[in-house]
Design a protein around this ligand. Structure first.
Ligand code: RB5
Length: 141
């Protein structure tokens, strides 16, 4: 599976670590940023979200300091369901119940080990459908 990943400067180090840890499990398209120089998170969240919304990639991963800026940008896009995850249980539920197609993580608030657990939980969990499909059908405006 090929996924797209992007971060701002606050998420850069975690993005690079996750690409290394999961290099044998999935392929990554790197949407930047490419250093710890200060950048603006919308410049990375919007292009990634457009590509996921157009189904160029099944899933995206966005990382910034708190995760909130990235999630706010991503969720402006029709058909994007970006979930901010800070532990593996939330990551599992955002797939089971919300069919999230973008995983958002707060690099300044979770240890790397937790981010790895979140990645496993998110990518190893399927959407449950049923009553949850009815609910997500009501998200787009
Ligand atoms: C950058 O300092 C920080 O504001 C950003 O990474 C993110 O936390 C915004 O939501």
């Amino acid at each position: 599976m090929k996924v797209i990943i992007a971060s701002d400067h606050a998420g850069y180090a975690l993005k690079e670590r996750l690409k290394t840890v999961f290099q044998n499990v999935m392929e990554f398209e790197d949407g930047g940023t490419f250093s710890e120089e200060s950048v603006d998170y919308p410049d990375f969240a919007h292009p990634l979200s457009e590509k996921v919304a157009k189904q160029e990639f099944p899933f995206g991963i966005l990382i910034c300091g708190t995760g909130n800026g990235m999630a706010m940008c991503a969720n402006k896009h029709r058909d994007i369901r970006a979930g901010l995850c800070w532990n593996a249980d939330i990551a599992r539920l955002v797939r089971q119940h919300n069919n999230a197609n973008i995983l958002v993580m707060p690099a300044r608030f979770i240890p790397e080990e937790t981010a790895v657990e979140i990645m496993h939980a998110f990518f190893e969990t399927d959407f449950e459908g049923g009553r949850h499909q009815r609910r997500i059908d009501k998200i787009n405006i």
